[in-house]
Design a protein around this ligand. Sequence first.
Ligand code: COI
Length: 357
Amino acid sequence: MKVLQINIEEIPESELKPKYESEENMGFGQIKTDRMFTASYRDGTWKDLTIKKYAPIILDPTAVCFHYGQTIFEGQKAFWTQEGHINLFRPEKNAARFNLSAQRMMMPEIDPEIYLTGLKELLIIEKDWVPKSKGSTVYIRPAMIGTEPCLGLRASNEYLFFIILSPSRSYFPEILKLYVSEQYIRAAPGGMGSAKTGGNYAGSLLVGQVAKKAGFDQVLWLDAIHRRYVEEVGAMNIFFVYNDVVYTTPIESDTIVHGITRESVIQLIQDFGYTVKEESLAIDKIVRGIKEGALVESFGTGTAASIVPIGSLFYRGENHIIIEFKVGSLTKKVSKKLLDIQYGNIPDPYKWIVRVI
Ligand code: COI
């Protein structure tokens, strides 16, 4: 096994940031730790593996990422356990998905060993930043950008990979109100909807703002062709519970993000005895299900989001309420189970946890 050489740059004590005062008020993504991991791709290989001070990145104004969108990212979390360990959740899955995004965006894959070792070493050095209270985590953001100066349209020959850490609380409020978009779509078959690339998120901002202004939290995207079948919520995959049958959009389509939380939740709820059907549901059927009381719960899943109950869907001028105040029993149960595994409160029969310290 090859040993990776990571250059660790010293930071003078006087340049270290003050730690956050309260874990309760940390918010999401606002605090960044002292250091970042970086690696550069030049001449066909990844090199210069470094842990250095968190700092702005200086690029030529013609860098490909600025103009032609060669950017990809991942989202992960690190959890502090009662025994004083740091747990990562299925990190090898993130590294694999990162490389799928890279392939789609004509970017070089990164050796999972560089990705995972860089992440673990960074977490070890930054361990004092890992929050210890319930509901707090370190949100991890690995990313890659095309850095070569070039105004002609082609893939960059040079890239920067970096990992930053952000001690964070939850991403969403308690219960979400969704706005169903019929006019705009997020992704089309054959497009890049399954890649975690900036353009997919930029394209969602306009409708996101319409939804926010109208008092909703997030957009529920429908398929591009029929404008009828539910896809995802942009920052999350989505599940619909009809008593003991649970539906979620299949990932065979290349239009949704292949959620790692989604995959884990499918496993957990199957093990609770539910039937999971990976089928796209039509929005009109969902609305009918809500009206008739057959659809009893819905929840979103994602790394930043974890598991969030969906309270209502606004579709064609009407708000359809699934729950108002009381979170559904499956949502509660699966959320507790997942968090208990992630925080190391219960054994992990699935071998999902990778212990860092
Ligand atoms: C994540 O859940 O980690 C994501 O990448 C979604 C992002 C919009 C916060």
